[in-house]
Design a binder for this molecule. Structure first.
Ligand code: SAM
Ligand code: SF4
Length: 327
């Protein structure tokens, strides 16, 4: 099968698959009022549907799948899903993004099921601020989870930190101290404006570039990018075991290295985090015999992928918050 590619010669090795929209945290920049239950019980992708979508992507060059959400580990069948994705021919990396609440308990089980990479969100190393930002008093639980994940053999742990002016932007020294002797990559993510965000964005957005420049002045050195690397800019330092990654969607050329596609928990293909309403795939996920039609639909949609997200023009697409299509 031909590799998934768009009109700008971008190839897609990487699928971000959302398993659920539901979340048990209330992050101020994502679901400040918590997950709002729908009137009808939402039907998220079943295991056979997940198997079919991953098989289609794998047969067109995708080698990495990230399981996300909402909070993906709220799915009771999470371990089974990891196992089915990691057993799909062609998939060599299965990653997840999690708020970490189940990590301490289940890291070993997920490692055994074939999970290879973990991103955990930790917006502050101060328990009180962690509570303030996430709405949950679970700092200790999440940190124990990271320790446990390292202990059971995950060597690729990344910690996502959304940069927030007036909140965690003054805690850079504590974050740096933390990774001096730990093999963790901290990922500083610039706050993105989503549909439901009012003045929160203007109050708390801080440019990642300013922090990046400050660190260059402190002996941090840019790492050379490999051809499959995504848009993060990575820094290393001879005195630190950990690394720093910067995800700056408001930077010029951020979209040029885009190598990912998204499928939502209800089976819609999203060409961009800030794209429009998505392309429904679910009707073609019902039988194995539909694989060719499924691939054709994805290929056709790729012809429509825009060169950039146009966030600079104040355009935030139809994404109400990142939990809705898997951040
Ligand atoms: N619940 C999981 C978690 O929080 O890690 C996975 C889903 S969450 C939507 C994925 C990532 O998106 C998290 O690291 C979160 O901090 C980030 N995120 C959510 N809303 C964001 C926003 N408006 N701007 C930047 N990052 C955001
Ligand atoms: Fe939940 Fe993740 Fe959104 Fe926080 S960022 S509310 S943990 S989905």
């Amino acid at each position: 099968m031909a590799q998934f590619e768009d009109n700008f010669q971008r190839k897609f090795y990487y699928l971000r698959l959302s398993l659920t929209d539901v979340c048990n945290f209330k992050c101020t920049y994502c679901l400040p009022d918590g997950y709002q239950t729908e009137t009808q019980r939402p039907q998220f992708l079943s295991q056979p549907e997940i198997q079919r979508v991953v098989t289609a992507f794998a047969s067109c060059g995708t080698s990495k799948v990230r399981l996300t959400g909402g909070e993906p580990t709220l799915r009771r069948d999470f371990s089974d899903i990891v196992h089915l994705v990691s057993s799909t021919p062609g998939i060599d990396r299965v990653a997840m993004t999690t708020n970490g609440f189940r990590l301490a308990k289940s890291a070993a089980e997920w490692h055994q099921a074939g999970l290879t990479n973990i991103n955990v969100s930790v917006d502050s190393l101060d328990p009180r601020m962690f509570h303030q930002i996430t709405g949950e008093n679970k700092y200790r639980q999440v940190m124990d989870g990271i320790e446990q994940a390292l202990a059971v053999g995950f060597s690729q742990i990344k910690v996502n930190v959304v940069l927030l002016k007036g909140l965690n932007d003054r805690q850079l020294p504590a974050f740096l101290d933390w990774i001096r002797d730990l093999p963790i990559q901290l990922r500083f993510i610039e706050l993105m404006q989503t549909g439901t965000m009012d003045d929160f964005f203007y109050r708390h957005h801080v440019s990642g570039q300013a922090v990046y420049q400050q660190l260059l002045g402190q002996g941090w050195i840019p790492k050379v990018r490999a051809c499959h690397d995504g848009p993060a800019k990575v820094l290393a330092h001879p005195d630190y075991q950990g690394e720093l990654g910067f995800i700056m969607p408001y930077e010029k050329n951020f979209c040029a290295s885009c190598n990912r596609l998204r499928v939502s928990a209800k089976g819609k293909l999203h060409l961009c985090l800030f794209g429009e309403s998505g392309v429904g795939l679910r009707d073609l996920l019902q039988q194995d015999e539909q694989q060719t039609a499924l691939i054709e639909r994805i290929q056709q949609a790729l012809g429509e992928k825009a060169v950039s997200h146009f966030l600079h023009d104040g355009h935030s697409g139809m994404t109400p918050h990142l939990a809705s299509i898997g951040g």
